[in-house]
Design a protein around this ligand. Structure first.
Ligand code: PGA
Length: 248
């Protein structure tokens, strides 16, 4: 079964209601003919306005995090129910910035992923090694741990999107080469095969993320195991439409 390409933007802590609306309005006609699935994962407070702005287009709105509890004493957190109520379809889980600055662990990634699936949100689970880990030849070991723990107990892995984001490539302008990204993503697929069966693993969409832009997207998307991208910086401008139209 062919995997449908999926390009998602990650606005991180950027944009305002006004600038976000303006960008989405500019993007709408530019992405009209795109064949891939498209999402923009925006700051939580912008979700209602961006869902409204994207209405009638191929752009679906996602969140950047979700709490695992249904409700309760978790100051500052947002539940899957709340996201769904406002029309959210996707949620990024375990981004390296959350792991680095907010104490996210493979265990909390797992709990958040299960909560997202239970509420029919598509989780975009981020994995990736640091520069130190890559240089120490620990990439596969780190990814294996992140996948084993982060995806533990998932019944239907085909409902999950994985984003491979080498930490050293995020926001640095240093993209993994096409070959490096392909090789590592092929390893991730192989590992998913061991955990969930090869047939299921072949259906899972795996994105590349880390300084992906309008210039390098074609080469990355041409790799057999790369099914999409998670785009940070370049999703804040109309370059995002060029990436979405990588096959044109
Ligand atoms: P970048 O970010 O494209 O700005 O490197 C990607 C990400 O962190 O998701």
């Amino acid at each position: 079964m062919a995997r449908k390409a999926f390009i998602a933007g990650n606005w991180k802590m950027n944009m305002t209601a006004e600038s976000g609306k303006q960008l989405i309005t500019e993007l709408k006609p530019l992405v009209k003919g795109a064949k891939c699935e498209i999402a923009l994962c925006v700051p939580a407070i912008l979700i209602p306005a961006m869902v409204k702005a994207a209405k009638g287009s191929k752009i679906k709105i996602g969140a950047q995090n979700v709490h695992f509890a249904k409700s309760g004493a978790y100051t500052g957190e947002i539940s899957a129910d709340m996201l769904k109520e406002y029309g959210v379809k996707y949620v990024i889980i375990g981004h390296s910035e959350r792991r680095q600055y907010f104490g996210e662990t493979d265990e909390t990634v797992n709990k958040r992923t299960l909560a997202a699936l239970e509420n029919e949100l598509t989780p975009i689970v981020c994995v990736g090694e640091t520069l130190e880990e890559r240089e120490g030849n620990k990439t596969e070991k780190v990814l294996a741990r992140q996948l084993e723990t982060g995806l533990n107990g998932i019944e239907d892995i085909t409902k999950v999107v994985i984003a491979y984001e080498p930490v050293w490539a995020i926001g640095t302008g240093k993209t993994a080469t096409d070959g490096q990204a392909q090789e590592t993503i092929a390893y991730i697929r192989k590992k998913l095969g061991k955990l969930f069966g090869v047939r299921n693993a072949n259906k899972v969409r795996i994105q590349y993320g880390g300084s992906m832009n309008a210039n390098n997207c074609k080469g990355l998307m041409a790799q057999p195991d790369i099914d999409g991208g998670l785009i940070g910086g370049a999703s804040l401008k109309t370059d995002f439409a060029t990436i979405v139209n990588y096959d044109k």
